[in-house]
Ligand binder design. Sequence first.
Ligand code: HEC
Ligand code: HEC
Length: 258
Amino acid sequence: MKHVGLGLVLISMTACSRTEIAPETSIPQNELQSGYAFLTAETQALQDDAFENPGFLWVDRGERLFQSVASTEPSCLTCHENGLDGVAASFPKLDPETGELINLEGRINACRTRHQGLPPLAYESEDLLSLTAYIAHQSNGDPISVDVSGDAAPYYELGLDYFITRRGQFNLSCQQCHTENWGKQLRGDTISQGHGNGFPAYRLEWQSLGSLQRRLRDCDTGVRAEPLPYGDPTYVAVELFLAARAQGLEAESPAVRR
Ligand code: HEC
Ligand code: HEC
């Protein structure tokens, strides 16, 4: 593995302008690798062991929430008795009611407000993380498979644009790190291909489970850019773009990451 310091990355990257960045953001199917592949053996072992992997605390809690009844409202389970196997791997998708793109968190909140008469849950709240983890885990091993055709296409384009645009004081795009420099070292991390297939994931740095958007905010902050607010439609579009870029890769939430 090649080692480069951030300084070197910056020098080699700031030399080219936006227009020179290859529009080709995809990684060939046979080279697609989950972030898991870039972890130390120790962290991989933590993810693999369902008893040791702290992410399962949220999965278990999510299962209880899914079954529980708030006041007179039906539980999630009442309407989803057949489970939600494989569903998370198809998100984000268009909300049939509003026509807008929603991620899994948005879908859970839509069901709470529309079908349970309950207020939406805040991003990174224990309840939303738990429900998201419980549902995401039911897609574990399923290939990521999103629809970017028709009315979803403009969202894909928006996500793609965010991915290739340089930002922050470091003037770096997602593309430069995760498509052009994956496998290289950066501040003690091995840069992965930047897939969202492990999320929500437990990060040792957070000492918590966190959403994909929390990870995106960390990456934006890492280049000294102002992160977008949680739930921002552009971040949802980035999630769609990432899923399309990872099409076929197996979902593996709850992953463990450094
Ligand atoms: C300066 C380089 C850099 C830039 C720019 C950057 N990231 Fe990251 N990103 C990292 C590093 C380092 C990590 C942690 C190690 C890893 O998984 O790659 C990471 C992690 C991730 C992960 C989690 C991968 C996993 O399997 O846990 C995703 C998803 C991601 N980045 C997406 C993005 C997106 C989208 C952007 C642009 C908004 C972006 N990154 C910009 C360096 C960068
Ligand atoms: C009163 C019935 C009802 C309740 C209660 C309910 N949902 Fe739903 N849910 C639906 C319906 C109907 C849809 C399909 C929406 C559509 O496609 O228009 C749906 C869709 C979903 C989906 C997306 C399924 C897919 O294939 O895309 C998820 C995930 C989901 N619900 C999670 C939940 C969670 C979590 C709860 C509890 C917080 C919940 N739902 C409570 C009726 C309900």
